[in-house]
Design a protein around this ligand. Sequence first.
Ligand code: ADP
Ligand code: MG
Length: 710
Amino acid sequence: MYEERLSLLDTPISYLKGVGPKRAEVLGKELNLFTFSDLLHHFPFRYVDKTKLYVIRDITPDTQYIQLRGTIIGIEAINDGKTAKRFTATLRDQEGSLIELIWFKGISYMQQYIRRNTDYMVFGKPNFFKQKVSIAHPEMEMISEETDLSLDNRFEAIYSSTEKLRTQNLDSRGIHRLIKTLWERIGEQDLPEILPPDLLKTYQLMGRHAAYRNIHLPDNDQVIAKAEYRLKFDEFFLIQMRLLRQKTDRHHRLIGFKFDKVGDYFNTFYHQHLPFELTGAQKRVVKDIRRDTMTGMQMNRLVQGDVGSGKTMVALLAMLIALDNGFQTCMMAPTEILAQQHYEKLTELVQPIGLKVELLTGSVKGKKRRLLLESLQLGIIHILIGTHALLEDEVSFKNLGLVVVDEQHRFGVAQRARLWQKNEQPPHILVVTATPIPRTLAMTLYGDLDVSVIDELPPGRKPIVTYHARESQRLRVFGFIREELNKGRQTYIVYPLINESEKMSYQNLMDGYESISRAFPPPEFQISIVHGQMSAADKDFEMQRFKNRETHIMVATTVIEVGVDVPNASLMLIESAERFGLSQLHQLRGRVGRGAEQSYCVLMSGDKLTADGKRRLQTMVETNDGFQISEVDMELRGPGDMQGTQQSGMLQMRIANLAKDQQILQNARNAAADLLQNDPNLQQPEHTALLRYLQTADRQQGQSEWSRIS
Ligand code: ADP
Ligand code: MG
């Protein structure tokens, strides 16, 4: 019965009355709508209040979407190749006032549909421009003898459509008609309640069937909000159920190496060679790792910590525990520079306890590579640091017990899965990321991982002071740089990569370099330059010079974003800062403030800034907290466009929004956790519908890739 009714929603869309093969094809191509279910989940993006008919005279600059009725008295198409193509129509209402309607797209269709001396209903948002009022791309409906003006819905849903769809008469209203037709066929049984009654009550949720009806065919705006809430809740809840079930499942099923002791490597290092006292947060995370790895389950832990919070040391201590238990470890970094730096740093740190650390990147070739791979297999190498090169099949360990993945978000999901498979028994995985992401995003992207946060910086660090400066203040900024240099500090000056043209970026950088060379001439000042078109060896050479204080200023593109650790550098000047995204600005700023001195970041921008640009720079000036910055970033860019999340299909939500619906997500997560706590296997009768629903969804999606990552 259940299965049979489900199949109604799986029906191909062409079987819907009014669709047919041609329209079905366009719906599939343009909107990815293939089945009844897809159509049902094509949610409106806003509503028009049709309880009111406006007159043009009443429109003010604050007027939102409105409904007008009137006669078209003039039309004009501009299409002469010089001016932008557009189509305009003048509408006169009952009082004789005029308004201009404008289209820049879908012109040929509109030219056919809009006729002089004919009456239309018009829906749209008025704009004021030079005292004239107009509506761009309004929804139009011709009024004929047969038009039924007693509209059956007082709030009409507006759907996204496309030009191609409009040629098939599937504008918003056309789609709305299809959904009405579909709704007539859908009964309560097709959208059975899947949440148990007590949960519905606790979170005051509208019933599932009612929610779908009211999102498409609402009677008033109160029900819209409730329907929206329920559907967003469902979307989050189902994701959280899957993530949490995977997590418990993994905990039960996956056997991991048991690190049952802490031995000499760890103890000797910790008590005799640790260069500083760990912060409370570092200690907490090391304890988390210790607890995970002694249970006999496989660890999958994400460590989030801001730049400079000391994640490397935590990773090293975790590796020492693995080594104490007779295992090898490896650490994977996203770039050669970073791998190289980890290699140098770790080699130096573990030198007194006699561990063998090696570096494997694409540039290790020939005999050296063969030897390295051999000793890896023999178990002679304790710690292998590397880039993507570690993923290649030829890289095999004797007994890999722990993998540390640094800056994890730069790796694709599939790549991580490969790492995972390097052993018959999966190694423990510690993912370390320096890009803080909002809590809601972490809950969704990493909901199946255990997460630790290093939310404390090593003591004695002074917060970086950030200024925003305009071109007109350049002389003062240069004066400031000079002051810092005279104190014996060093400075970074970073230029943006201008994506459209590599040549232009390069030119930009070189022009900057020249003007800086003039302002800070030798022999008093030495300048390094590093950019993406240099060979790795040349880059290294320059970075090394800067590190050794042979040069005072490092002029660079964003290649230094991850990579250099020069505690004596106390000033970061970012040119055209408005061109950078927030997380990149934060990463760049993190290159300073690594020593004991007061550090500064100067964000140089043009005089004209967009609202977003202004907000980004202001946020940087106001806070050093990466988590807070990431929240603003998500708000500005949307979750799908944030650094590192592009590959996640999970963020493509149908109705919920990770930036705006944080509270709903938190509720859904709590609800899912409570429910699983009471009934881990969903065996109670009131959970049967939910269990069936999840099973069907799993079957349909297959075991998706992300369920087995890191
Ligand atoms: P992250 O990788 O989190 O950005 P690092 O591990 O590179 O940070 O550490 C940043 C700097 O802080 C390094 O120079 C490191 O030696 C130092 N550091 C780390 N932990 C501490 C600590 N507990 N006390 C003092 N300095 C520390
Ligand atoms: Mg680091």
